[in-house]
Write a protein that binds this ligand. Structure first.
Ligand SMILES: O=P(O)(O)O[C@@H]1[C@@H](OP(=O)(O)O)[C@H](OP(=O)(O)O)[C@H](O)[C@H](OP(=O)(O)O)[C@H]1OP(=O)(O)O
Ligand SMILES: Nc1ncnc2c1ncn2[C@@H]1O[C@H](COP(=O)(O)OP(=O)(O)OP(=O)(O)O)[C@@H](O)[C@H]1O
Length: 494
């Protein structure tokens, strides 16, 4: 990328989250991730260009030196910081403004620093350039996949109902979403095909910010902005049909339901791909911390005991990293306070204790070695806080699964990819999996975490899990009540 020849017309809006906005190149498989800050600060940027550069370099270091070690470098693309001409960034910001969802416009794109993170476009990978078929990419933000240990929580409900399921009630009550999602991360992280299938169906039903589908780099399925309507599954089916139906006459009658089932099955298999040896997420399972009482999945339906996630699968690695949060925010908070007090007394210690980085081998070592009991020192407290922050990143990251139909061999011509799958031939899709959004979570965000946790739990207890009228998902086109019952049976264990 020649930064001195940047033209805003070569870039288009791609997406955004809470703290960054992403544009993609119209021709090359690259994206630029630009920082955002509150619209109230738009005239007065909260940091200098040098600080912005440092922040993005910290993000790169954290991803490449810490998270990639914990999650597996094969999943990670850390990217590089680039300095862009300010005029290009200003024009780009004007160009993309109208495509931004209104609910994200409480923040503006940083047009002052000229710094951005340049990354490969994971929704339009270079490997597809060689083939004619555009890849299908599925983005999942899975959130936290385990229950905290009862030892550390003050409210028993936290050890029975997962954070995501409780948070849904809070979000609907607060108006963030119109309807509650019935997705439960504990089902997705279970490693059990039936439960995972159930989870993905609910992601599809109510995608919120947890599920998107891209075709050839274009987002073709995500939550609808400020609409009471459910997302348009028919439009998704229109995109999926050619991938799953093939050109064979007998499969041209595949029902919508069969196409969705096949799509979900391929996705679940891609999420489970790894070296194949079974993982042992034992402490979560042995303590009964892998089932959430709010999940609608009927435990009796599990046809065989879950053997856990394959070691080296993306979900296994994410879950292991999330579980570096061993104390829950309630158990961690006193340790945070110890560090905070120490920093008030000795502000210069902030740098020695690597409170805000640098994210290097020494930092990683602290995170990895910190299995010991608290010895009362500030060092052990800070190591626990680091572990917690790393776990927070893993609870907030997204997975991008790329599915690329394999070129059909001559003898298979006319057979749909799924027909071949059912015939026990090799999978008709090649898949690759990446993890994105691996930014460090700031030390100072811990008090906010505790406050949010308290609000979520008290909202859940107050409403007793009850919902405002009309907030339950009602999408007969995707998942009828009968389907809900049935969908644990639809898929044959592979
Ligand atoms: O606290 P949570 O669990 O609501 O997570 C926040 C996310 O909300 P979610 O519940 O996924 O909709 C939130 O996502 P949205 O803005 O809701 O899409 C951000 O990812 C936020 O991270 P950051 O503060 O921008 O670094 C996330 O905050 P932290 O990961 O810093 O807690
Ligand atoms: N490398 C990439 N390739 C393709 N798309 C990307 C890439 N990075 C981000 N995106 C898209 O841009 C969106 C926003 O990016 P990202 O999740 O990093 O933003 P964020 O502000 O950090 O999110 P959060 O709200 O979780 O803090 C993603 O959901 C994804 O769809």
């Amino acid at each position: 990328m020649e930064v001195d020849k940047m033209d805003e017309n070569d870039w288009k809006y791609h997406g955004e989250g809470n703290k960054s906005l992403v544009v993609c190149h119209v021709q090359f498989p690259r994206v630029l991730r630009l920082l955002k800050y509150p619209a109230a600060d738009s005239e007065n940027p909260p940091q200098t260009a040098e600080q912005a550069f440092r922040q993005i370099q910290n993000m790169v270091d954290f991803s490449s030196k810490v998270m990639s070690n914990l999650l597996g470098d094969k999943f990670i693309h850390s990217g590089e910081v680039v300095k862009l001409p300010l005029e290009f960034v200003r024009q780009l910001s004007i160009k993309i403004q109208q495509q931004r969802p209104a609910w994200r416009c409480d923040k503006v794109m940083d047009i002052y620093s000229g710094c951005a993170l340049c990354l490969p476009n994971l929704t339009s990978p270079a490997l597809h350039q060689a083939t004619l078929t555009p890849p299908l990419c599925i983005e999942i933000k899975p959130k936290c996949g385990f229950l905290p240990s009862p030892k550390h929580v003050s409210k028993d409900i936290k050890a029975r109902v997962c954070r995501y399921c409780m948070h849904q009630h809070f979000k609907v009550a607060g108006g963030k979403w119109k309807r509650r999602s019935l997705y439960c991360p504990l089902d997705l992280f279970s490693g059990n095909q039936q439960r995972m299938t159930f989870a993905v169906r609910h992601l599809l039903e109510e995608p919120q910010n947890n599920f998107k589908v891209f075709k050839g780099g274009q987002c073709v399925y995500s939550c609808k902005e400020s609409s009471d309507d459910p997302p348009d599954v028919n439009a998704l089916l229109h995109h999926l049909r050619p991938y799953f139906q093939g050109n064979n006459r007998s499969s041209s009658h595949m029902t919508n339901k069969a196409i969705l089932n096949d799509f979900i099955q391929v996705l679940v298999n891609a999420l489970l791909s790894g070296r194949g040896d079974e993982g042992a997420v034992t402490d979560r399972q042995e303590e009964g911390r892998s089932f959430c009482e709010a999940s609608l999945f009927n435990r009796e339906r599990v046809s065989h005991a879950s053997r856990g996630l394959p070691a080296d699968s993306v979900l296994f690695r994410i879950l292991q990293t999330q579980m570096l949060d061993t104390l829950d925010i309630e158990g961690l908070f006193p340790l945070y306070r110890r560090v905070e007090q120490h920093l008030q007394d000795f502000p210069k210690e902030r740098s020695r204790l690597q409170v805000d980085g640098p994210y290097n081998e020494a930092f990683l070592e602290k995170v990895q070695k910190c299995r010991m009991e608290d010895d009362g020192s500030v060092e052990s407290a800070v190591a626990k806080v680091h572990q917690y922050c790393v776990a927070m990143t893993a609870k907030d990251c997204s997975i991008m699964v790329v599915l690329l139909p394999r070129e059909e061999e001559e003898e298979d011509e006319g057979l749909s990819p799924l027909r071949r799958l059912r015939d026990f031939r090799p999978s008709p899709f090649s898949s690759s999996v990446s993890i994105l959004d691996l930014d460090p979570k700031p030390f100072d965000s811990i008090p906010r975490q505790l406050r949010l946790d308290q609000k979520i739990v008290s909202c859940y207890l107050r409403t007793g899990g009850a919902l405002p009228k009309g907030s339950r998902p009602q999408h007969p086109s995707i998942l009828s009540a009968a389907d809900r019952e049935e969908c644990t049976l639809l898929f044959h264990p592979m």
